[in-house]
Design a protein around this ligand. Structure first.
Ligand code: PLP
Length: 391
């Protein structure tokens, strides 16, 4: 099929929920992929922060294909070794006590919300189920995680949304204190708001919130679906802020390209979700977990994480010299580029033309390159980005 035929068939058969770029990607290796016409692109997106080891990482491919040949699935009614190994690796690396595996970020957040509400219900009874989240946050597309998302554009059409979510402006501790009354069981936040525009929270604010929550037995839920698993140069972004949330959710980068979500809890919550309280058919899939174990092995390594930080610094240093760039935001290899005059969507399209994939987040150009991107791939991509920004 030609590109035009693929595009037409997609239009005729796939729901129109996504505005796609004019490219059909067929294969990739490292941080370079190819479309069906053989055109090459440097990848500064990792999907959307998913392909943390790039395309077709040999160790990841080997683990996934071997597991596919051995056992693809057998339900959570039995033990399987890849998932158990992943759970151990995650708990050991993060200090958390228990993990639950689902299949996406939204599902991880749903699990976290259920856990927070059940903890509070078990201990305090009814009427303490509200969750405070931040304005401009993004927590997913299910009816409950849309309700959690602090952006009015998402609160449309699908009424009624799940009750019990309040949104307060990020960075405004007084507003959070005011909202977090006796009906509140948890505060949920992203350390760097991703979809909202790559906006890190203030460290002092995060510490204040964490202390406040601890005093009141309000659970702190960190949505690290985008920031987790090495993306920011630490294994968890919480390490930058010196706080230990009660619950951390992960997804995007954890599987290295296959669908996975996870939520992790500490000692205090480890018994909250007992038999039948939660579940999901595809969770802890052995193939997915085999891939995630390779991602864990590589990213939970201090030298690897230092390199992530250095690559991020290299990109920032390059962009800061660019006349069209008003500034950069984010942490590690999660980068927002504030533009002076150009529109982020136009920049993304022009980059695609010239062989570079980038993302946007609101008015910013957003970069989430594979954590394993090489210096040479970085330089090639930056050259294209620079040309587009200065044209
Ligand atoms: C992407 C994202 C989600 C939703 O993840 P899905 O896998 O699309 O459900 C939730 N929270 C944050 C912070 C995200 O970046």
């Amino acid at each position: 099929m030609t590109f035009e035929q693929i595009k037409q068939s997609a239009g005729e058969h796939i729901m129109g929920t996504y505005a796609r770029y004019d490219a059909c990607i067929e294969s990739g290796s490292g941080a370079v992929c190819k479309d069906v016409n053989g055109k090459e692109y440097i990848d500064f997106t990792s999907g959307i922060g998913v392909n943390s080891l790039g395309f077709a990482d040999p160790e990841w491919v080997k683990a996934v294909s071997e597991q596919a040949g051995k056992l693809a699935h057998i339900s959570n009614l039995y033990y399987t070794a890849p998932g158990v190994a992943l759970a151990k690796a995650l708990c050991e690396r993060t200090g958390y006590s228990r993990v639950f595996f689902g299949n996406s970020g939204a599902e991880a957040n749903e699990g976290a919300i259920k856990t927070a509400r059940k903890y509070s219900f078990d201990k305090y009874g009814e009427g303490r189920a509200d969750i405070v989240t931040l304005v401009n946050s993004f927590h997913g597309r299910t009816v409950t995680t849309l309700a959690a998302t602090g952006q009015e554009v998402f609160h449309n059409y699908f009424f009624p949304f799940t009750e019990g979510f309040q949104h307060v402006p990020a960075g405004d501790f007084a507003a959070l204190q005011l909202a977090a009354g006796p009906s509140v069981c948890a505060v949920m936040l992203e350390f760097v708001q991703g979809e909202g525009g790559v906006i890190p929270l203030d460290e002092g604010y995060v510490k204040q919130v964490a202390d406040f929550c601890k005093e009141r037995d309000i659970l702190l839920i960190a949505d690290e679906v985008q920031t987790g698993v090495g993306r920011t140069g630490k294994f968890l972004a919480s390490e930058h802020f010196g706080v230990t949330p009660d619950i951390t959710t992960l997804a995007k980068g954890l599987g290295g390209g296959l669908p996975i979500g996870a939520f992790l809890v500490g000692e205090k919550l480890k018994e909250v979700m007992g038999p039948s309280s939660h579940g999901t058919t595809f969770g802890m899939n052995p193939i997915v977990c085999a891939g995630a174990n390779v991602v864990m092995g590589r990213t939970a390594n201090e030298q690897f994480l230092r390199e992530v930080t250095m690559k991020g610094e290299k990109i920032r240093a390059c962009l800061t010299c660019c006349p069209e760039v008003a500034g950069t935001t984010g942490l590690g290899l999660m980068i927002g580029i504030q533009l002076k005059g150009k529109k982020s969507g136009d920049v993304a399209k022009a980059c695609l033309e010239k062989g570079l994939l980038v993302l946007t987040a609101k008015e910013k150009v957003r970069l989430l390159p594979p954590l394993t991107i090489t210096d040479e791939e970085l330089s090639r991509g930056l050259q294209i980005l620079w040309e587009v920004l200065n044209s």
